[in-house]
Design a binder for this molecule. Structure first.
Ligand code: UN1
Length: 496
């Protein structure tokens, strides 16, 4: 079968890159399956996309926000209608299992509905004035042109996290999909196009970080950069934006931990830990990569974990029995393998896994065995660095204080969880855990889109995605003072 070719979306038209070059998008569960060829774009494509976004800005900003919301509602309806097909494409290009790709599309549906509703709110404040006959309020203004650089692990959900709040607030956007998952973004853009977005309001340019990402970040017409992805790329974006005095929002790594106390329901904790560690093949920034277990139950809980980890079924995510899909590409697989070697050299005990998986039906994919390390010390690299794969480290702890100290001894601060039946311990943990998200008696993954998402410390740069907090990124506050006294009143001077 001929391989399909997909174009960029600029100024309401599907167009080829000026480079004339394309790249392949392969199925990570079976690299003989090619999903299509995508544009290997360059700076001039970005330039055209940014110009289209600049030209569309004024009319889009002037369209009343509830009208902009109607477009998002229609996009939500189309996502519901096409959910299965979108999830199947995503499974083929990214590898996570169908139930999870259906969940990814659902997260985008939730997001566009949430922000469509925000079109009738976009709340500001009113404040009393110091002076008579004067009215004070704040309104949210769009930032302008948003450059969105998105990851492959949530190929539709995370683009929707950026597009929906940016668009409802009246911004126009240039989005770069991850090179591993451009099809899902093409699919999402098509949905938004059909829902009625005017030309130029949303533009998509596919290609590499250096070919497309850097030109987006550096373009003087881009007013704000929103990025989700690796810490290294985030650091690079950070210095480029700082030099240009351009606002930017970063969502990066995690080294998320679940604490299992001696009073926990161990069966419940087991399900949460397995889901957190091996769901999405460990490729979530919220994945659980450390489980910190009270010394009284660590032996028992490790045995329970080992048994279930060994039994996980790997395979093509489209098959209903599959529990764990492949890693997204060969580079990720080599990275995960390298960390397993490091763990062994550091003296951690490899309990299961640690290598490529080449079982039946998995020979042509980037599969990796679900891996469990015991007797891990908090100072080891496998306990400190983000691996982004199906590797879980078990660390014993003495008590709650010790557990909290281990969790917080990390340069990241995205998600944390504690399993305990003691309400006092739970609330103490909520207070003490230095992360942007904390779960009680639930895993580290599964955040909901009407609450802020993001982390402390090296996970980000202080911004939050989704929820009403997203507007702190995608809008600028304007303070408005309306003086209806008919005379010159001077604040701080004429007070009596
Ligand atoms: C991510 O891992 O990059 O909370 C996003 C969760 C999902 C989103 C995760 N709702 O796990």
């Amino acid at each position: 079968m001929a391989v399909k070719s997909f174009k960029n979306f600029i100024d309401g038209k599907w167009v080829n890159s000026v480079s004339g070059e394309t790249f392949e998008n392969l199925n990570p569960a079976n690299t003989r399956d090619c999903l299509g060829r995508f544009q290997q774009s360059v700076g001039e494509d970005v330039n055209r996309a940014v110009n289209a976004a600049l030209n569309a800005r004024e009319a889009w900003r002037k369209l009343p926000a509830p009208r902009r919301g109607e477009i998002l509602y229609r996009a939500g309806e189309a996502l519901i209608k096409n959910k299965d097909a979108l999830a199947r494409d995503m499974c083929r290009e990214m590898g996570k299992i169908l139930k999870e790709t259906l969940g990814d599309v659902q997260e985008a549906i939730d997001t566009v509905y949430y922000f469509a509703g925000e079109g009738r709110r976009l709340e500001g404040e009113t404040r009393p004035s110091e002076l008579s006959d004067k009215f004070c309020m704040t309104v949210r203004m769009p930032v302008g042109v948003v450059g969105a650089i998105t990851p492959w692990n949530f190929p539709i959900a995370i683009p929707s996290w950026k597009l929906a709040p940016a668009l409802i607030a009246g911004n126009t956007v240039v989005i770069k999909p991850a090179t591993d998952t451009p099809l899902s973004v093409v699919n999402l853009v098509q949905v938004l196009e059909k829902a009625g977005l005017p030309p130029g309001v949303l533009n998509m340019v596919a290609g590499s970080g250096s070919g497309v990402g850097v030109p987006i970040v550096e373009h003087s017409g881009v007013n704000l950069v929103s990025f989700t992805g690796s810490t290294n790329t985030g650091a690079d974006i950070s210095s480029r934006c700082a030099a240009a005095m351009k606002p930017f929002s970063l969502e990066m790594g995690g080294k998320n931990a679940i604490i299992v106390m001696d009073d926990a329901d161990l069966d419940l904790a087991l399900e949460g830990v397995l889901w957190g560690a091996f769901g999405t093949t460990g490729q979530r920034c919220t994945a659980c990569s450390r489980v910190i277990v009270h010394k009284k139950v660590v032996k028992k809980f490790t045995d329970m974990l080992l048994q279930r980890t060994k039994a996980l079924r790997l395979g093509d995510g489209l098959k209903s029995k599959t529990e764990v899909g492949p890693l997204v590409n060969e580079a990720q697989r080599q990275k995960v393998k390298k960390y397993c070697e490091i763990g062994k050299e550091e003296g951690a005990r490899l309990l299961t896994g640690g290598d490529y998986h080449r079982g039946k039906g998995c020979k042509d994919g980037f599969f990796f065995q679900p891996t469990l390390f015991g007797e891990v010390d908090p100072k080891m690299r496998i306990a400190r660095e983000e691996i982004f794969g199906p590797v879980l480290a078990v660390l014993p702890c003495k008590d709650l204080d010790d557990a909290v100290e281990i969790v917080n001894d990390s340069k990241f601060g995205l998600s944390s969880a504690i399993y305990t039946r003691d309400v006092n311990r739970a609330f103490k943990a909520i207070e003490a855990l230095d992360t942007g998200i904390t779960y009680i008696n639930s895993s580290t993954i599964g955040a909901e889109v009407h609450l802020p998402f993001g982390g402390t410390k090296g996970t980000g740069n202080g911004h939050r995605e989704v929820g009403s907090a997203a507007f702190d990124t995608y809008t600028e506050w304007k303070s408005v003072f309306v003086d209806y006294s008919g005379k010159l009143q001077k604040a701080q001077i004429e007070t009596g």
